[in-house]
Design a binder for this molecule. Structure first.
Ligand code: ATP
Ligand code: MN
Ligand code: MN
Length: 370
């Protein structure tokens, strides 16, 4: 006979890849604080602490409802002493004093701004901060030498720190698909990353490209990149070759937890024109001319009129956008990955994420499909 009401505890599998991933987070107050501390640790090159906070946050994200007391957390995996202290602080006081003071610190604020520049990592930001550079203005005035990526990153800073919508990701998908089928008919392209997980916005758009016949994907990346470049879609690109076969470690001995697929980190120029083009995809044709699908009694004259009115509508839209002081395009970070079909499944899994579920991986992409 039990007189005490039993505390119902949550149950969460210890491996992140065994958990159902959900976009619904019932514990955002807790996970935001942990994510901030994780980010601060990562930016301070304390990877271990960063991973610990990320894992704790991932467990809380998997819970079916908000945590209300510490006893409910009994038996949950991945919650270390430090994370538990943070959670306790929030449950008791409404906020984590550690997370709050981190957020206010000059160092954290500077790290955020500087690593917000595409091409700038924790090491570079840390060096700049030690030289007294805390913001973009100071960076520009300092005369620091920036590499090509950082120059592009600084130039497109505002755009690249603006979330990418699913709608824009779809427009870019359409463009990448056009590139892929133009340079290698039969090649296939899949949206990966956060958007494949169902997110409605992201920091970039990720694509995986392959060909159903092994070997046909060789040389595909430079062709896709050239096509995109020739059409004026790329503001920046850097391609990394597939280092899988050449690596001296050989398969199974990864030198880092990065995979070795051929990839391209790029910055896309997404124009209003492309956005509108995919807004009416049913009327857009290959050469950009529009065909009118509504049957008309006198096709000769009426089609012309309706075509003209659509063009006029769009010109009006463009004018209004111009008048409102908006520029007619935005920069978007886009990642392209090419894999041979034999490794497609692993590339798809690895690049769909999320990161936490992959942190324990023994580099799955190194394995061969037989
Ligand atoms: P966001 O909306 O912020 O872009 P995301 O999940 O798409 O979220 P990305 O940084 O674009 O994040 O990464 C996409 C996926 O690819 C992640 O799951 C990550 O684990 C994986 N990934 C990223 N970079 C590499 C890399 N260099 N090697 C292997 N996998 C990577
Ligand atoms: Mn992404
Ligand atoms: Mn990415």
């Amino acid at each position: 006979q039990t007189s005490q009401a039993e505390v119902v505890v949550f149950s969460v599998p210890s491996y992140a890849c065994q958990r159902r991933s959900t976009l619904e987070n019932h514990n955002a107050v807790l996970t935001d604080a942990l994510a901030l501390l994780a980010e601060n640790a990562e930016l301070s090159e304390e990877e271990g602490r960063g991973v610990a906070f990320r894992r704790a946050a991932a467990v809380l994200k998997a819970l079916p409802r908000p945590v209300t007391s510490m006893t409910e957390l009994r038996g949950l995996p991945c919650l270390g002493d430090h994370s538990l202290r943070v959670i306790k602080d929030i449950l008791e006081n409404g906020a984590s004093s550690e997370a709050e003071s981190t957020k206010q610190s000059e160092r954290y604020k500077a790290l955020k701004v500087l690593t917000g520049i595409f091409g700038v990592g924790a090491k570079t930001a840390d060096r700049w901060i030690r030289e007294g550079i805390l913001g973009l203005q100071q960076l520009q005035e300092s005369g620091q030498t920036l590499n090509r990526a950082q120059q592009a990153g600084l130039e497109h800073y505002d755009d690249l720190n603006q979330p990418v919508t699913k709608a824009d990701a779809d427009v870019i998908s359409e463009i990448v698909e056009r590139a892929v089928v133009s340079v290698l008919p039969g090649a296939q392209m899949t949206l990966i990353g956060g958007f494949r997980r169902g997110k409605q916005s992201g920091h970039d758009v990720d694509f995986l490209i392959t060909h159903p016949e092994e070997g046909r994907e060789v040389g595909l990346m430079p062709k896709v990149v050239s096509w995109l470049e020739s059409q004026g879609f790329l503001l920046y690109q850097k391609t990394t070759r597939n280092s899988y076969l050449e690596s001296k470690d050989g398969p199974g001995r990864p030198s880092s937890n990065m995979d070795r697929f051929e990839r391209c980190f790029s910055i896309f120029k997404l124009t209003e024109k492309e956005r509108r083009r995919t807004k009416h995809p049913e009327t857009a044709t290959e050469n950009g001319l529009r065909t009118v699908s509504t049957p008309e009694p006198d096709p000769h004259s009426r089609v012309q009129i309706s075509e003209r009115s659509r063009c006029e509508d769009e010109e009006l839209e463009v004018d209004q956008t111009k008048q409102a002081g908006h520029k007619l395009w935005r920069a978007v970070r886009v990642d392209l990955v090419v894999s041979p079909i034999s490794q497609f499944a692993f590339a798809l899994l690895g690049w769909t994420g999320s990161k936490v579920s992959l942190q324990r991986r023994t580099n799955i992409s190194e394995l061969e499909f037989n």
